[in-house]
Design a binder for this molecule. Sequence first.
Ligand SMILES: [Zn+2]
Length: 334
Amino acid sequence: MEALMKSLCEAYGPSGEEKEIRALIENAVKDSVDRIYTDNLGNLLAVREGPEPALLLSAHMDEIGVIVTHIDENGFLRIAPVGGVAPHLLLGQRLRFKNGAVGTVYHEKLKELRDLDWSKLYLDLGAGSAAEAKNVAQIGDMACLHQPFDSLNGRYMAKALDDRVGCAILIETARRLAGAPLPQAICFLFSVQEEVGLRGATTAAYSIQPGYGLAVDVTRAGDTPKAPLMEVSLGKGPAIKVKDSSVICSPKVRRFMMEVASQHEIPYQLEVLERGGTDAGAIHLSRGGVPTGALSIPCRYIHTASEMVDAADIQNAVKLLEILCRTSWSEGVS
Ligand SMILES: [Zn+2]
C-alpha cells in the first residue's frame, strides 16, 4: 500500500486537471470491480454490482494548486489559488506543471511579512523573458506542489495526502472485497473538484442515486505544539465524523460505524471539525437526501507541501471500511 500511496501522492492533479491521477487510480482498481467508467465531469466510478440500494464511497482525486493569471515581460508569472491555499505556505516551495515544468514561489519586497498576499507572490520558472516563460506555461495553466513522498517512523509525509490517502484506502478496500459476495452494490467514487466546492461529488451522487453515502478524507489533528483545540490525534485510529462545515453526519450512520468498530476492536476517534468540508457535504444533500457518514484520516499540516498521516490509522481505516462493506447497511443503519 505504501508504493500505491507514493505513486498517488506524487502524481499531478489540481482540481479540474485530474486526468493523470485518474489514469493511475483506474489502473489500480479496475481488476477489483465489475465495471468502471468516467462521467461528464471527470469523476471515476468503479462499481461492484449487488442488491440495491447502493452504498456510495467517495474519496476525492483532486489536490490544491495554483493557476497562472499573468506573465510579465521578464518571464515572471503571477498566480492565484485553486482551492484553499495560503500564500505564506508557498514561499520557497517548488511547483510543477502538467508538462513537468518546475518553478519556485517567492514574494516582492514587503515592509512586513504580514503584508503578504497573492498579489505580492510570483512564480519563477527560470525563464529570461515572457517568450521563454510562455514556451513552458500559459495563462490558465495549473501547477501543484512538487514534493516527494517520504516514509518516516510509521508515518507518511507528502503533498496531496488530502485526499490521495482516501483514494488509496478505497482502492485497497476494493481489492480486499474482490470476488466476495456483497450485501449491497458498492460504488467507489474518485471525485473531481472537491477542493473548489465538492463539485464532482454533487453530480455523481445525483446520477448514482445511492441509498447511503460515506466520504473518506483527511481531517485536522490537534496534537502539535500549542495547536488549536481539536480532539483528534495521529495514531489513535481513524475518526468517525460527527460534523464539519459541510455536513452533520447522519446519527444513524455514525452509530452504525461506531458499533461495527467496537465489535471488531478497531480503534476510532470522534471528529468535530470546526472549519472545512468534504464530499459528504454534497452527497447527503443529493435529491431527497442521503444518510451519509464520513471516515477521516487524522492529518497534520493539511494543504501544505508536507502533510503527515499515521500508517496505523490507514490500516485501521481499511479494516473498518472492509467490514462496513460486508455488512448490510439497510439492516445496520436503523
Ligand atoms: Zn480533502
